[in-house]
Structure formats: C-alpha cells, structure tokens
Design a protein around this ligand. Structure first.
Ligand code: ATP
Ligand code: MG
Length: 569
C-alpha cells in the first residue's frame, strides 16, 4: 500500500469514484453555498490528446452528474507558445466528445488585470519582490529537498523599489530574463514550491488575445488558483503532478477567498498509454518535423487524430470509464484496452460491406457470361433494424490473394484446387484450375459454382468449411486504403531516456494500399464519418482526403485476429 496519505485513494461509496465522493460530501455539507462548478483548463499550445479526454470526462462528467456546471478556461499565460488555431481545435474536440460549456468560455488572460492588482497588493504587503538575478542564478539558490535554499540578494528591497521596478517591467523597460517578480515565502521550506516561487516573468511577444498590452505574464502557480477563484470554481480537478503545488495554490487563493467560498484542488492519476507519447512538446515536434501528417494524423494519440481514424466518442468515453480514476499512479495503460472499446462500439454500429484489399481474379466458368444477379447482404447482423443492401454477383470476381493456395497445408479451409468454399451471401464454388504468368504468379483462378447452393435454394444448407468475402469484378470500385499500426515500436518510448524518441517511431505505422476493390454499396455511401466494417478485414472510415473519384479509407482498426483465426483454421 502507498504510505503517503496524499496519494492514498480515499474510501468511496458504491458507484462513485473518489472525486465524485468528495464532491458529494461537499454538496451535502453545503460548502460554497451548495454550488458545484468545475473547469477544464487547457493551455492552447497544442491539440488535445487522449489524456486530456480523461480530464475532460472527469471535469464535465462530475458537473453533469451532480447538477453543476463546468467552465472551459484557456490557460493562456505564455503567448510565445499559444495560438488561436489550438483554441479552435480544443473547442471542436470537447464538443465532439459530447460535452458543452454553454457560455462559460473563459481565458486566464481575462484575469491579467486582477492578477496584476493582486501582485501589487502583495508587493505592498512585503510579500513579493523583484529579483534581478538570471534564471540560472535563481535555480542555483533553490537548494534541494534536503538542503535549504539561499536568499536572493534582492530579497529585502524596499516596497517602493519593488513597485517601481515591477511597473517598469510591465512598461517594457527591461529585456526578457532581466528581472522576475517572486513571492517572498520561505527559502528553507520543505516544499520546494514555497522557496520564493516566481510570480511574473517578462515576455515581449504579442499575446493572441491581449496583443502588446502586457510585458509581464503570470506563471501557472500565480494564475491558476486565482483564475479558479475569479470564476467561482468550487472543485479544481487536476492530475497528480500538481499535488506538491497544492499548498501554493492555497497560499495565493487565501489572499482572495473568505469562509463563504474557496476553490479546492483535487488530484487524480494521469493517463499514460502504451506505444505512444502524451507530451505536447513531443507531439508538436512530430508535427513540426513532418514525422506525421499533422496533429490529426490518424496515428496520433490526439482526439482529432482518433476522430479522423474513425474512433467514436462513445468508445473513448467507455474506455475512460473503465480505466477509472484513482490516486495511484499507473505506469501504463495498454492501448489494447482502448482498441477493445473501439471494436466494441464499431461492432454495434458499423455498416458491413465487402472489399478486397489484395485482389486476385476468379472466373466462374459455368456462370453465364454477361449475367448479373443481386444478392442480399445484411447491413449489420448486430442490428437488424439497419436493414440490407444488394450486391452484384457475376462471372468474374475478386477474392483476396491470401485466400487461395495452390499447395495448401492440411488445415487450410479456404480456396485451393478441388476445394469448395462459400462466397459469403452467394454460392459455393470449387476451384478447377489456375492461370499463371511467366514468373509463376497466379493471374486467374478458375472455379465452377453450384447453382443450387444460393440462399433460398435447396442446396443452401450444404456445409463447406470456409467462407470468403468477394467483390464482382466488373462492378468493383477502386479505392486506396491506409492501414495503421502503432506509432512507436516500443511500449514506453518516454522510458528510453538514452534514446531520441523519434528513433523509436515504428517505420511500418502507415501502409498505403492502392487498387483495393470495393463493392459499389461502399463507394456510394463513402461520406465523411460513415463507419464500415469491411468483412473479415476490419473497420474503415473515409479519410478527409477522400473524394468521389478518388476514394481513400482509413482502417480504424483490424478485426480482432480475423486473419489469425483463418490461418489457424
Ligand atoms: P503542458 O502543461 O505541458 O502543456 P498538459 O498536458 O498538462 O501539458 P494542459 O493543457 O495544461 O496540458 O492540460 C489541461 C488539463 O488536462 C490539465 O488539467 C491536466 O491535468 C490534464 N491532463 C493533461 N494530460 C493528462 C493526462 N495524460 N491524463 C489526464 N489528464 C491530463
Ligand atoms: Mg499543464
């Protein structure tokens, strides 16, 4: 068991996670006048990823559950890294996940005036000072958890001098890095965050909302708690790395709050997923260096990447629900849990169709030339209300090249000379021969069909061991498919600190396959957002690059072990 009380997950009532339990208890006790207000506070310096989804589901979810509200607050305190592109993307992703903040969209930059006033007040009370040292000098004086820090030589400046210098810092008189404003707390505190933390630094870069109005910007620790306070946030839920920041959060908030209302910080364990990275810095690097095709590359752990790949909001929310929230840091959650949730949802909703990824021609020699008949296909066996569609059958077909073997091993139940298989939804066919090119590659497979074996006819009950998917050749529509694999080839790229994470990228994470043969029904319904199951292959969705005359599909995920099963059979 974990010894430290701070990281112990408290006892909870049945059906509630520990955060919900705290909220329930606070509401019951009538704290904050019985109000519940949470917030999700992204910094608009990148796109949201699946880890953020965990925070979003908590922040919005707990508010929904207990009749409270959740604010969206952009934590935009560093203009050099932030951009409106990210603001827009964050909004879109939260909505897509199914949450809404109504008119409660706020920005930390909205509070710059109040924060500045609070800084002035602290200076006047002798609780803050301007330090002229470089960041290296300040760091060198910090000490270690067991060795106290050293006071800055500027720590005992007069209030007048501090006020004058801070105003001039904001007036733009000094260069970046020349001076900072620090809280005067305790250089020997056992909590490193209390060793005169920096409150403001000089940044001379236009802010995406406030332009050139400010030359000083508050640090996270001087902005977050107060922003919560200004907004009326009651429960400020964040991840475990903020546990050591909490006393400082409370220290600054105490300068504002009274006994009627005080925001409270609660921490839960962050999500780390195998075979990917979650650091926005690293994700940005992948984008900037064109190692992926943008933030919404379907291999990225971003919400936008997952959306483009064909994941559903429901599958992401189910996954997050299952992994749960605790105070115990988990090393890694297996990405296969997420993939399981995706398959589960797509199995329930995806429209079934046939596509042949690696085609080889089959000629049904006893089927009349020029004849076409339509066979009925179920759109979704999991959901009879989804109905059926018809698919053409003709003399020339495509099947998967791997579904045929000229010299099969004993338990190969797919197509082979003199072997019978059922073409799903249509007839039983028997292989009678093949045609090869000069190199010995199979060009065409010849079969005969059993005209009695079609559904509704007397021979339809006849059993054969293998069932294959197929597409009528003259009706087939060509498409490109993109097959994705894990972005990294190692389980935990961040753990391999002796290596550059970019060298750990999986070189086979994207395989593009052209001239895939689709049944016409898929082509006709290939609109953005549609979820298909290509029978026996996997779940697919049209990519954003797809156009009616140039169809492109993303494989969202393979059908679990379908090929494995077929091989073993
Ligand atoms: P950085 O601060 O380095 O830019 P960040 O991932 O913390 O990166 P924020 O925009 O500050 O980005 O995150 C917004 C919220 O999402 C925070 O409350 C944070 O705790 C939460 N969050 C971020 N990453 C995860 C994660 N992997 N699991 C759960 N919550 C996360
Ligand atoms: Mg952060």
């Amino acid at each position: 068991m974990v010894e430290n009380k701070e990281t112990e997950t408290p006892e909870v009532s049945k059906g509630l996670n520990f955060v919900e339990q705290i909220v329930a208890d606070d509401l019951k006790a009538g704290k904050n006048g019985g109000r519940l207000n949470t917030r999700f506070p992204p910094e608009p310096n990148g796109y949201l990823h699946i880890g953020h989804a965990k925070a979003i589901c908590m922040d919005f979810g707990v508010a929904e559950k207990f009749g409270g509200t959740c604010n969206l607050r952009f934590d935009d305190t560093n203009p050099t890294k932030e951009d409106t592109e990210y603001v827009d993307a964050i909004r879109e992703d939260i909505h897509w996940l199914g949450f809404d903040w109504a008119d409660r969209e706020y920005y930390a930059s909205d509070y710059f005036p109040q924060l500045f006033d609070l800084a002035i007040k602290l200076i006047k009370e002798g609780k803050a000072y301007v330090d002229d040292q470089t960041s290296e000098e300040i760091a060198a004086q910090k000490g270690t958890p067991t060795v106290p820090g050293t006071n800055s030589p500027y720590r005992d400046r007069s209030v007048e001098e501090n006020l004058d210098l801070f105003m001039r810092m904001n007036a733009g008189e000094f260069e970046e890095g020349a001076r900072v404003l620090r809280a005067k707390i305790d250089m020997s505190s056992s909590n490193m965050h209390f060793r005169d933390p920096i409150m403001y630094r000089i940044i001379k870069y236009p802010h995406h909302r406030t332009g050139n109005k400010w030359n000083v910007y508050p640090m996270y620790d001087f902005a977050h708690g107060q922003s919560d306070y200004f907004e009326g946030v009651t429960h400020s839920i964040c991840t475990l790395e903020f546990v050591p920041h909490r006393p400082l959060y409370e220290y600054f908030v105490k300068e504002l709050a009274d006994e009627t209302y005080c925001p409270r910080q609660i921490e839960f364990n962050r999500l780390n997923l195998t075979y990917t990275v979650m650091s926005k810095r690293k994700l940005l690097q992948l984008v900037k260096e064109n190692l992926v095709a943008g933030w919404d590359d379907p291999r990225m752990p971003t919400i936008s990447g997952m959306r483009r790949r064909g994941f559903t909001p429901k599958s992401i929310r189910n996954f997050i629900d299952r992994i749960g929230y605790t105070k115990i840091e988990e090393a890694m959650i297996s990405v296969s849990l997420l993939e399981h949730a995706v398959r589960e949802d797509l199995n329930a909703i995806a429209t079934r169709g046939m596509a042949v990824i690696n085609p080889v021609k089959v000629i049904v020699t006893n089927y009349p030339e020029g004849q076409v008949e339509m066979v009925e296909m179920e759109n979704n066996p999991e959901d009879p209300s989804a109905g059926t569609h018809s698919m053409p059958f003709s003399r020339e077909l495509y099947i998967e090249r791997d579904d045929f073997m000229e010299n099969p091993p004993k338990k190969f139940f797919r197509l082979a000379p003199d072997n019978e298989v059922r073409l799903k939804g249509a007839y039983i066919v028997k292989c009678t021969g093949v045609k090869k090119d000069a190199e010995g590659n199979i060009e065409e497979i010849y079969c005969t069909y059993d005209p009695e074996s079609r559904s509704g006819l007397p021979g339809s009950q006849r059993k054969v061991k293998g069932t294959l998917h197929w597409v009528s050749a003259p009706h087939a529509v060509d498409a490109t498919v993109r097959l994705y694999d894990r972005l990294f080839s190692v389980e935990n790229p961040s753990a391999e600190t002796d290596k550059d994470f970019r060298d750990l990228l999986n070189p086979d994470s994207l395989v593009e396959v052209k001239n895939v043969k689709l049944e016409p029904f898929i082509a006709e319904n290939a609109v953005k957002g549609t979820k298909f199951q290509f029978q026996r292959i996997g779940y697919f969705t049209p990519d954003y690059d797809s156009a009616p005359d140039n169809l492109v599909f993303n494989r969202t995920i393979a059908l679990k072990d379908s090929w494995e099963k077929a091989k073993k059979a």
